[in-house]
Structure formats: C-alpha cells, structure tokens
Design a protein around this ligand. Structure first.
Ligand SMILES: Cc1cc2nc3c(=O)[nH]c(=O)nc-3n(C[C@H](O)[C@H](O)[C@H](O)COP(=O)(O)OP(=O)(O)OC[C@H]3O[C@@H](n4cnc5c(N)ncnc54)[C@H](O)[C@@H]3O)c2cc1C
Length: 325
C-alpha cells in the first residue's frame, strides 16, 4: 500500500497535495498496490470525495485531541505509526514546509531514509525506486535510487500536473495515534495574518523586484507597481536584510516563488538563490548599472543604467500611452 499525506483547509485539499497524490497514485499503480491517505484536523473526513477522484481508497483521518493544530513531531509520530500499522511500502507527502517537516520526523521515527523534492519515480522489478529529484532549489536535477522497507518521499511543489483518475469517494477510517509527551514539545500557538496588502507575489502578472541597488529607495518601483494592473512589488534578500522590505516581499530560495508574465528586476545582481525564485517567470527585464552582473546573462532583456532613471521613464511611457496592458 502507498500512503499519501494530504494537507487541507477545512476539507478543501491543497493543490500541492493533489500534485503529491498524482505521483503517489503513479507509484501505487506501478507497484500494483492500493493508495490510501492520511489527513489531520477535525474536518479531515471532508476530503473523501476529492481524494477518491485521485484514486484514494481509504482516508485515515487522524483523531487526537491535541492534533487539530499543527505539531511537527506529533504529526511525524502519527504518520510513522499509521505507516507501520497499515504495512505501508511508501509514504508520499507534498513538498511544503509542513509536508517536509512531518515526513522528516516520520523518517527519523521509522529509522528510514527520506528523499525530498521528487518529481518522478520508476518502480523496478525489485520494488526499488529510481528517483528524479530537484536539488538546490531546482538548479540541479539528481537521479538516485531508494530502497527501504518504507520509502519516504516528498514531491516538489508546482512540478507535477495534478490529474484525477476518477473514482468513488474514499472510505473514511479513524486513526488514533499513541503519542507521548515529548511529541508535543512544539505546537502551533497562533496564526497571524500578514499585513501585506495588494496582489500576492505568487499570483501577480507583473512583478517589480528591487535589490541592494535601490539603496533603500523603493519609491519609483512602488510607483511603477501602482501603474501596472495585477502587479506586485518584490525584493532580494539583501534588501530584506537591510531592513528596507519585509520578508514577505523576498523572492528566492528562502522566499517566494513567482511566475509572472514579466519580472522587472531592478538593482539585483542575479545570485542563484534569487534566480531559483523567479525561474517560473515567462520574461525577465533586468535593470542594472553593471553590464557584467549575472542577471544580465539570465534576462530576456536588459537595460544597463541607473534604476532611479529607468523606472520613472517606464512609468512615464506607460502614462503617455494612457494604459498599462
Ligand atoms: C542559503 C542562502 C539562501 C539565500 N536565499 C536568498 C533568497 O531567497 N533570495 C535572494 O534574493 N537572495 C538569497 N540569498 C542571498 C543571495 O546569495 C544574494 O546575496 C542576494 O540575492 C543579493 O541581493 P542583491 O542582488 O539585491 O544584492 P547585490 O548582489 O549586492 O547586487 C546589487 C546589484 O545592484 C546593482 N546596482 C547598484 N546600484 C544600481 C543602480 N543605481 N541601478 C541599477 N542597478 C544598480 C549592482 O550592479 C548589483 O548587480 C541567499 C543566500 C544564501 C547563502
């Protein structure tokens, strides 16, 4: 059996979990095994219809008074126990922060190896897994083999198209893990809403990013964003570290992943940790005073000039044309 960790919001399954389910079903089909899901939260049974359409036969709905709120080690313990009790060959989790953290704890409790950021699995005749997975934020593709009593893997987010297979709503079975006090050392205490307004970076059609080259003055970039429909302001980590922008604005390996039609990167050098966050951009326009800056090579278009002159010129031209489509 293959067990998939499913994340949901009040019974609505997250897209990254649908992607993970799609890969989990492929693994189960190749191995000739059934597919089950494990889900946390009081409304876990609400996912039965959605995951049934992805080939899940049974939802193991975790039932524990302490586990409605996220608790990484306890979630890992529950996944490990469910895997052991159901004789699972593989556990597949979405490559989200929580999916990866939960599976890492499960791996340590099962004393097994975990492979992260997987994009493809070939199950061979010995039931070994030939994996394709991403490293270094997707800048390196690795081919590796995984052979364990329970193969544990997370699925790289936004790399697999979620595809239903058709199927009846899954049966729901309650799973009650046996936790000890130490499993609850870390628990989610509260959720704070971000105070950032406007279009979310991940959904923006145009992103204007500023780096250390702004010297802390984002006013021209902000004015440009205001002129463009469905646009958002982002930044490099250097600008965040300087205290010029909030971390919510950061693009890159340790920030947001963006996928706009155009990314205008102003005063940003193009470090690899920044570029992995914008590899989903269809086009990149770099504005940089240094013709040798790495981003000039990586961009579709480049303007070698001072951003404090170029950004107002673009805004002026948009204004002159009377629209910004
Ligand atoms: C583990 C790890 C994770 C990281 N994660 C991230 C991440 O998620 N996101 C991220 O961004 N970075 C990340 N970094 C940092 C990354 O390596 C770079 O240090 C950072 O991206 C540099 O930011 P920058 O391009 O704004 O600054 P710089 O590298 O200092 O570049 C500034 C650029 O501005 C240009 N410039 C200067 N003045 C002007 C002007 N007036 N007009 C136009 N251009 C001008 C310069 O020519 C230069 O190219 C990470 C690093 C590590 C080690």
């Amino acid at each position: 059996m293959v067990l998939a960790l499913v994340e949901h919001d009040s019974g609505e399954v997250e897209d990254t979990s649908l992607e993970a389910l799609t890969l989990a079903r492929d693994v189960a089909d190749q191995a000739g095994e059934s597919l089950e899901a494990i889900a946390f939260g009081s409304e876990a049974e609400g996912i039965a219809e959605t995951v049934g359409a992805y080939g899940v036969a049974v939802v193991n709905a975790v039932d524990h008074a302490e586990l409605d709120a996220y608790a990484p080690e306890a979630y890992g313990r529950a996944v490990a126990q469910c895997a052991e009790e159901t004789g699972t060959d593989a556990v597949v989790a979405p490559g989200t922060d929580r999916g990866a953290e939960t599976l890492a704890h499960a791996a340590s409790k099962l004393d097994e190896t975990m492979a992260a950021e997987v994009t493809d699995v070939d199950v061979d005749v010995d039931d070994d897994y030939a994996l394709t997975r991403q490293r270094w934020g997707g800048t390196l593709i690795e081919h590796s083999r995984l052979s364990a009593d329970t193969n544990l893997l997370t699925v790289a987010a936004n790399e697999i198209s979620a595809a239903e297979s058709g199927g009846d709503p899954a049966d729901v079975s309650t799973f009650s893990p046996d936790l000890d006090g130490s499993d609850l050392r870390v628990q989610l205490a509260r959720v704070e809403e971000s105070d950032v307004e406007g279009v979310p970076l991940a959904e923006a059609r145009v992103v204007v990013g500023g780096g250390r080259g702004t010297d802390g003055d984002f006013s021209e970039l902000e004015a440009l964003v205001e002129q463009l429909p469905n646009a958002a302001l982002g930044s490099s980590r250097a600008a965040v570290n300087e205290g010029w922008r909030p971390h919510d604005d950061q693009i890159g390996q340790t920030g947001n992943k963006i996928a706009p039609e155009i990314y205008i990167a102003a005063g940003i050098s193009g470090a690899v940790q920044h570029m992995v966050g914008c590899k989903g951009a269809e086009n990149i326009l770099a504005i940089n005073t240094d013709p040798e800056a790495a981003i000039i090579q990586k961009a579709d278009w480049a303007v070698v000039a001072d951003l404090h002159e170029v950004a107002p010129s673009i805004a002026e031209e948009l204004d002159r044309r009377g629209h910004a489509d």
